[in-house]
Design a protein around this ligand. Structure first.
Ligand code: ZN
Length: 410
């Protein structure tokens, strides 16, 4: 059973320091590589699905959150406001209000809808120090967030498309959803009061889930304060369940921010706002990936993808040439020479690296490599450029298989 906190430190992925503070991890180069690669995958998937990316600041005036409703419904989780020249500014607890304001800043026609706005943005949560640890309970969060502004007629298709993006991402990441949850409001006062909007949003989500054929459970007390949501739950090695991905339908914030678009009839109409996240917070997603794979990330995500192992000093030039070719193909590569121990010891040290290219005198002379895969498979020596091109194609395709004789489609 893997603990991401222990592995994160052992594998030099991330760490914390009391001087920076509890719940404020920093990312070491290998962890930053995994995170960057994951973020780029998400941005690429979003671009292909018609999202446009924005940047917005992590601070906002207190009034912004009073309008959104966070101030009255969510302030327990927010950092105290900072006084600044007669105003109060707040570290944001979510990206939604900024995106609503960005939408509002320009006029919109029905022809622009669905308008899909995405950002991998920072947000903050004032978790108590007692519950902080690793990457799962943090005070500074990088959220994979997006808001879709659309007409009521478009909601079902957009929710369905978001669920499909999530399914595909889980496929390439090797994540398995433990269940889909339809999260509804429960008894108590933390929800905005608008019974008709709640029931309409709930019916929309329920309908998409029913038609998708996905098994799901409706659970009370897990909704966002402004609307119901579909949560995709994952379970960690210790059996603890958490929410990674979410799709929410919101009639509340468009009204609070007085959002509108001009319809085909020339009149003003209110859009619906869909909140959706494919992997949730980057911190929680990476924590889950570390535990899921025990540090042996899918090849496209691995901090080092290829290690070149010259058997003796004589193969150094050949090894450097292989490494240069890897780098030209965009692969993350390292050379581990005989000064780092016997071949067996170096292979053990590189046990999490998906591809280990062994280079003896015969291979070096013929510009071949003998490839070992992380899972123990060994391939016969073959031309280096063939082997590396195949690896690059598998990585570009986000393949979950380490090796296929047939080249994957990119
Ligand atoms: Zn949102």
């Amino acid at each position: 059973m893997y603990d991401h906190r222990r592995l994160g430190r052992e594998l030099d992925l991330f760490d914390t320091d009391p001087l920076i503070g509890a719940g404020l991890p920093y990312w070491l180069p290998d962890g930053a590589t995994v995170r960057h690669t994951l973020e780029e995958y998400i941005r690429g998937a979003e671009r292909r699905a018609g999202y446009r990316h924005v940047y917005s600041p992590v601070l906002g005036k207190r009034e912004l959150y009073e309008i959104s409703g966070h101030w009255s419904h969510y302030s327990d989780d927010m950092f105290p406001p900072m006084d600044l020249g007669g105003e109060q500014v707040v570290l944001r607890p979510s990206l939604c209000p900024h995106h609503a304001v960005i939408y509002r800043s320009r006029p919109h026609s029905y022809r622009e809808l669905p308008l899909r706005m995405a950002e991998l943005g920072g947000m903050y949560r004032s978790e108590l120090s007692g519950v902080l640890g690793g990457l799962t309970r943090v005070r500074a969060i990088r959220l994979n967030d997006a808001h879709i502004f659309c007409t009521l007629d478009q909601v079902a298709d957009e929710v369905r498309a978001a669920l499909e993006m999530i399914r595909r991402a889980y496929g390439v990441l090797g994540i398995e959803a433990s269940r889909h949850r339809l999260s509804l409001p429960g008894p108590g006062g933390k929800y905005v009061a608008a019974p008709e909007k709640w029931s309409r949003a709930t019916a929309l989500l329920r309908d998409v889930l029913d038609r998708s054929g996905l098994p799901y459970e409706a659970v009370e007390g897990e909704a966002a304060f402004y609307g119901p949501k579909i949560d995709i739950q994952v379970t960690d090695a210790a059996g603890r369940e958490s929410t990674l991905s979410t799709v929410q339908v919101d009639f509340h914030q468009p009204e609070r921010f007085d959002l509108h678009y001009i319809g085909a009839d020339g009149a003003r109409h209110r859009p619906v706002m869909i909140h959706r996240s494919i992997i949730g917070s980057v911190e929680r997603a990476v924590a889950h990936l570390i535990e899921q794979h025990g540090g042996a990330f899918p090849a496209w995500l691995a901090p080092t993808q290829v290690v070149v192992l010259p058997i003796t000093e004589a193969e150094w030039p050949g090894a450097e040439e292989v490494a240069r070719r890897c780098a030209d193909l965009g692969l993350r590569v390292e050379v581990a020479g005989p000064e780092r121990g016997s071949l067996g010891a170096r292979i053990r040290e590189a046990r999490l690296v998906p591809y280990q290219a062994v280079l003896g005198a015969r291979e070096a002379a013929a510009e071949h490599v003998a490839l070992r895969l992380r899972d123990g498979r060994r391939l016969d020596a073959r031309p280096a450029h063939d082997v590396l091109a195949r690896i690059a194609a598998l990585v570009a395709a986000h393949a979950s298989e380490l090796w296929e004789e047939k080249a994957p489609e990119v």
